[in-house]
Design a protein around this ligand. Structure first.
Ligand code: HAM
Length: 426
């Protein structure tokens, strides 16, 4: 029978890869914790309408990328394509937003039926941050300062670049949209086919077009800047001053509009040149109208999400995964003979208790001394402990360094922890 395989664009993350994931996840978690952000966990499935009403009916995500299905009750449900909508829903549903400010984060899989390629998958993982109840731009700046600190912690500072823009209020965008459509209509035939379609549905997304011909036409197009309202303009210039004061470097990209409808005012993307086409590792912006749009009291908000696959790919591509990030054991306990097998588990426990944080693998499943040593070697351990009938009799343990030329020694049980600590510290 043919073997069943994983779904295209949905990846297994194998034991060799999980240490890098854990490294990235724990680094992000630590940074977020240090700014007082709290974790929230939402379901992976929500009502389809939640995404339609927040991300927008005429966005790529809602039009063609959602995994939508009818459940057994006949309700239309969707695997979340992103986390903001669910986070707003959850925060509102549980009264987290009433008369208070919130700094939340979440982590988990998201689902989009995109064409898979390097850095773009159908199941991918985001760590997202959402802040509620703060007008900004101080909180906008905080988010960017926080991400800059994160790149520092991951060793990515020199490989990421920040682009920011303001897309104004929905009224200013509407006035600009009209002007853009008027201008582009004269060039309709020369636009790429996606842009021709977007001219009717979502003209601002044409600014994102990858087609050189379309980009050439856009050279002469009106810019959003001319249509911005005063408040958005002031918000943006204050944000820039805050970033300058904090030493966060950025470029203003007036073409940056983002592909989800809920944004207004500040938008930003952290991009890298090292990943090819899928170079955006982190993106977000303000969405002051979304909570109200989903039925809550008016509550301002700002947030971002980063793609974990892309960050990990970047670390790996650049060879920046620290050597200490691996799934290796520290100590491997071998055991020959029934008495030794019984004693080996107790010995493993002693080492785990005596050297907190140490990774101790106790051999299980029998086998010759030679095969046990092979396993010890494969575990990555730097020391093997050898237990046999002789050692049990004598109250000793054989201590064999596996990665250094040091000789094997017989150590009294009572001295073992001290000797081991010294060996592991090297
Ligand atoms: P987004 O730009 O759609 O924004 O996604 C954020 C990040 O998720 C992207 O920059 C990228 O790193 C990663 N990503 C997106 N799609 C894929 C994919 N198919 N494969 C791999 N990685 C991907 C949002 O999702 C917003 N909810 C961000 C936000 C939060 N805005 C405000 N709060």
């Amino acid at each position: 029978m043919a073997k069943i395989q994983a779904i295209r664009g949905m990846n297994d993350i194998l034991p060799e890869q999980t240490p890098v994931w854990q490294f990235v996840e724990s680094t992000v978690r630590q940074v977020l914790r240090s700014y007082g952000y709290q974790e929230i966990r939402m379901p992976v499935v929500e009502q389809t309408d939640l995404f339609k009403r927040s991300i927008g009916e005429v966005t790529d995500i809602v039009e063609k990328e959602m995994y939508t299905f009818e459940d057994r009750n006949g309700d239309s449900l969707t695997l979340r394509p992103e986390g903001t909508a669910g986070c707003v829903r959850a925060a509102e549903e549980h009264g987290l937003l009433f008369n208070q400010t919130r700094r939340l984060w979440y982590m988990g899989p998201m689902f989009r039926h995109e064409r898979p390629q390097k850095g773009r998958y159908r199941q991918f993982h985001q760590i997202g941050v959402e802040c509620f109840g703060m007008e900004g731009p101080d909180i906008d700046a905080e988010l960017l300062i926080l991400t800059a600190r994160l790149w520092q912690a991951l060793g990515l500072v020199e490989h990421t670049r920040l682009e920011i823009n303001t897309i104004g209020t929905s009224e200013s965008r509407k006035r600009y949209r009209d002007a853009l459509v008027t201008y582009l209509s004269d060039f309709r035939e020369k636009l790429d086919s996606d842009s021709q379609r977007r001219l009717e549905t979502n003209p601002l997304r044409i600014l994102d077009s990858k087609s050189p011909e379309t980009q050439a036409i856009l050279e002469g197009a009106p810019t959003l800047d001319d249509y911005l309202d005063d408040e958005s303009r002031a918000h943006f210039s204050k944000l820039r001053a805050l970033l300058d004061a904090a030493g966060v470097t950025y470029t203003v990209n007036s073409r940056l509009v983002r592909g989800l409808d809920y944004y207004g005012k500040t938008v930003f993307e952290w991009v890298t040149e090292s990943l090819g086409a899928q170079g955006t590792v982190c993106a977000g912006g303000r969405y002051d109208g979304l909570v109200e749009q989903l039925g809550g009291k008016p509550t301002v908000a700002v947030g971002f999400a980063m793609g974990l696959e892309r960050l990990i790919l970047l670390l790996e591509t650049l060879g920046l995964v620290p050597d200490s990030v691996n799934g290796d054991a520290d100590v491997y306990v071998t055991a020959m003979g029934d008495k030794a097998v019984a004693a080996a588990q107790a010995l493993g426990e002693r080492v785990r208790t005596g050297i907190p944080g140490s990774v101790v693998v106790t051999h299980c499943g029998g086998g010759s001394f030679k095969s046990q040593m092979k396993r010890a070697d494969r575990s990555g351990a730097s020391v093997a402990l050898l237990l046999g009938d002789n050692e049990i009799e004598a109250g000793t343990v054989g201590v064999k360094p596996l990665r250094a030329d040091d000789p094997q020694q017989d150590v009294a049980q009572s001295n073992l922890l001290e000797v081991l600590k010294e060996l592991l510290d090297r």
